[in-house]
Design a protein around this ligand. Structure first.
Ligand SMILES: CSC[C@H]1O[C@H](OP(=O)(O)O)[C@H](O)[C@@H]1O
Length: 410
């Protein structure tokens, strides 16, 4: 398998070749994993070899594309194929429960195909396979363009709305991989982000990290990005840091526990995070640890921004209380099993293999929710590809149905 170019989580060659970058092994190993059908698609999503709300939806649909193109002779009619697609999409939905993008894409595909067959009852199996291929390719293209719009809108909003702090004498801790910033040019724009919301979580560019990329395009070295490690999967230290170093964006990694101290000691213009599901009132499900960042931002009067395409906004879910929160296996928290993390290197070769990957005392109980809910009243702005949505300080929630009607002209 050829060594992949970095930063492309999903590689699709129509109609039947799909591979994903195994994100459990990044940044130490760039390995492509073939996805030959819906079983592979379900497996790589559930195991988090591919992750990120948009990427999950795209890989699920593309795994169905490669699946039905493999042996289309299995179906005599388009209606038989639609039955298979309906069952297959419901199966793919069982891979991970929180990110709504997966459910939005599978429902939209089923509805689109059902109406297509209704309008064209003589559609052939190969013609229906082609429609599914076109649907998947459109998802890839739309996600990238949505992210670039989110990046541009978010970068502009930060420069126009986020309090612009005067540069401080204290230079940032230089990023070892890019030229250390000289003290004479301290950052004038600092943002903190959590988890990974970049090219590795999407079809490209990213959502919250897409805003960082766009801001870097606009202000260059005046930007400094802080990213949290994001235990236990370490999306921040393994994936976001990897993307920031790759793009030579000045950045500093902090542990999750350092966020409050950072805001207390460094003037920060905004905290920018992604979303797995935004409810109709603006409550947002995102990586565990997001809620406490919102509380810290509120305490320090720092704007808290959620970056999300409308495919992550679920108008059928009234509030955060209605969002299912995925709990991950205990061993993903108390061991490094299946994931490459620095401190399980071969330093302690004399220890038994299990000890080299164990991160907690054997026998301790764990609680390992993959997401938490940030209430709308702690969110300053929701940056979508159609516009930045805000609310007055007196409003505790957003009216996203009204925003949708206004922005989509429906
Ligand atoms: C651009 S969506 C990224 C979103 O997905 C992450 O979750 P996971 O890595 O478990 O798929 C995290 O919540 C990010 O904000």
């Amino acid at each position: 398998m050829p060594k992949p170019s970095a930063l492309q989580a999903i590689r699709f060659e129509p109609p039947g070749t799909l591979t994903v970058l195994d994100q459990l092994l990044l940044p130490y190993d760039e390995t492509l994993v073939p996805v030959t059908g819906i079983d592979d698609g379900h497996r790589v999503i559930k195991a988090m070899q591919v992750r990120g709300a948009p990427a999950i939806a795209i890989v699920a649909i593309l795994s169905l594309v490669v699946d039905i193109h493999a042996r289309p002779e299995r179906w005599a009619t388009a209606s038989e194929l639609l039955v298979y697609i309906t069952e297959a999409t419901h199966y793919l939905e069982t891979s991970r429960p929180t990110a709504v993008n997966l459910f939005e894409a599978t429902k939209r595909l089923r509805d689109t195909l059902a109406s297509t067959i209704h309008v064209h009852p003589n559609l052939s199996v190969s013609e229906l396979c082609q429609r599914v291929l076109e649907f998947g390719e459109a998802m890839l293209a739309r996600d990238l363009s949505d992210n670039q719009r989110i990046g541009a809108l978010g970068a502009t909003w930060i420069q126009e709305q986020a309090p612009h702090r005067a540069p401080e004498c204290k230079p940032e801790v230089p990023n070892a991989s890019v030229q250390p910033r000289s003290p004479s040019t301290p950052a004038t724009w600092r943002i903190l982000t959590h988890c990974n919301t970049g090219a590795l979580a999407t079809a490209g560019w990213g959502t919250a990290l897409g805003i960082a990329r766009s801001l870097f395009q606009q202000v260059g070295e005046q930007l400094h990005v802080y990213c949290t490690e994001t235990r236990p999967y370490m999306q921040g230290s393994r994936l976001t840091a990897y993307e920031l170093v790759h793009d030579k964006i000045p950045a500093t990694l902090i542990t999750d526990s350092m966020a409050a101290a950072l805001l207390a000691s460094r003037t920060t213009n905004a905290i920018v995070v992604g979303a797995d599901r935004v409810a109709a009132n603006g409550d947002t499900a995102n990586k565990i640890g997001t809620y406490q960042l919102a509380v810290v931002a509120h305490h320090h009067n720092v704007p808290f921004m959620v970056a999300a395409p409308w495919t992550s906004i679920d108008l059928t879910t009234p509030s955060g209380a209605d969002i299912p929160i995925e709990e991950r296996p205990s061993d993903e928290m108390v061991t490094a099993k299946g994931r490459v993390v620095p401190h399980t290197s071969s330093l302690h070769t004399e220890l038994p293999a299990d000890a080299r990957v164990r991160l907690a005392a054997p026998g301790i109980a764990t609680w390992n929710p993959a997401f938490d809910i940030t209430p709308a009243h702690l969110i300053s702005a929701i940056v979508t590809e159609r516009g930045v949505i805000t609310k007055s300080d007196s409003q505790a929630t957003f009216d996203l149905a009204g925003s949708h009607a206004r922005l989509f002209g429906v």
